[in-house]
Design a protein around this ligand. Sequence first.
Ligand code: ADP
Length: 206
Amino acid sequence: MRKPSPPIPRIALTGGIGSGKSTVAGLFAALGVPVIDTDVISRQVVQPGSPLLAQIRERFGSGVVSAGGQLDRRALRNLIFTDAAARADLDALMHPAIRAELARQSAAAGGRYQLLVIPLLVESGMTGLAQRVLVVDCAPEEQLRRVRVRDGVTLEQARAVLAAQASREARLSAADDIITNTGEIQDLRTQVEALHLRYRALSPNP
Ligand code: ADP
């Protein structure tokens, strides 16, 4: 009988909005590392016609589904924004579906190790999914500046998003590895290449 192959190491990548997660994920992807993004998955699992979308509609009402059958994310966000019980209900519906799809995509992706992008890792307590947690870190002022440029929002809007996320300290205390994103993209690339060597060494087939 063939021995089951050892599990592929998984690295969870997280960081606050505007910290540079997508940029860092792109650099790992350019090195050939499979990247699985839970933001993308969270949209895939609520596609029109999906069982999960039907459950969300049942719990939150038809106002959260557009005429075209798409999830109206803004309407849903408004509903849960000030209602902790509603948010908990939504998480209870979404998280198992996201975990299951993540496991499916991870099993199909292969690679020597995999990068799982989990923006709300600390907030959602999904830390158990990966061997290591990699945090992209920068000062909140830098996050605010980047988010305002990227998303064209006001300082107040950017501040509100940051305030709703885990603190920099909470994120750093969950980190096994840290990428500091305070300089040029080339500085990021250097840090990514160094981590890539270390993560490959974790692999059962380095
Ligand atoms: P996140 O995915 O964490 O929200 P992004 O990777 O999208 O963050 O970065 C936010 C914005 O800042 C993007 O427009 C990105 O191109 C830019 N950015 C990130 N890091 C740097 C950097 N070191 N130098 C210049 N621009 C950067």
